[in-house]
Design a protein around this ligand. Sequence first.
Ligand code: AP5
Ligand code: MG
Length: 217
Amino acid sequence: MSKIIVLMGAPGAGKGTQARLLEERMGLSHISTGDMFREMKRAETPLGERLRDIMSSGALVPDDLTIRLVEERTGQDDCRNGYILDGFPRTTAQAEMLERLAASRGHRLVAVFVDVPFDIIEKRVTGRRTCPVCGEIYNVYFKPPARDEVCDLHPETRLNRRADDNAETIKARLATYEQETRPLLDYYERTGRLRRVDGTRDSEAIYADIEKAVNGE
Ligand code: AP5
Ligand code: MG
């Protein structure tokens, strides 16, 4: 049966990093609601402006908009044989919607929790840099590019710092995560679908655990 891999974890836990490896190596589509909203917020429209406000405050985008977006994206052809969700679901309403979606399309769900304590998160997030062309994720402390502030694959492109990667917004994002999203871990645990991996090690060791968790299903 086709699978939906749900990557869970605090801001900066490494969901995007692992999702990109899974996409490349397992050939499943990577759906990041954060990336989709970042793309949408660039538009000079009332919606773009609203998203800029919400995301810079560290709050969540409303469920109705988020759910509609995921419903539409996962209905596309490349998701027929399963996909990776990075940053979704984040609320009970989103998790309920995903259950209905998975059931209606005959997909089985496995939730993988990338566990990283909060004291490590700060360096992960403040050190993050992203290539605006290919989306490659770097870290000035843990995974620096070969040349400072420049993508290895796109040497003509300066790396970006995310607008929400500042100390104040990170604090708010962590609080939102604790309140809205962490309770979903209990839900997936109770229903026997949660796998925990230690997210403090290097990316390849984490990937190996995720692969085992997903294939062991
Ligand atoms: P989103 O973009 O999903 O952000 P997030 O959940 O805060 O997670 P991050 O992207 O910050 O971290 P990550 O876990 O992907 O870590 P990464 O791999 O980059 O959401 C942004 C906003 O959009 C939300 O605040 C909300 O407003 C809105 N939103 C999104 N989805 C929503 C939803 N479903 N509902 C409502 N609103 C929603 O890694 C971080 C850094 O660590 C990088 O520099 C990386 O190189 C480094 N790193 C990774 N792994 C390792 C390792 N093993 N060792 C050392 N360094 C590592
Ligand atoms: Mg991410």
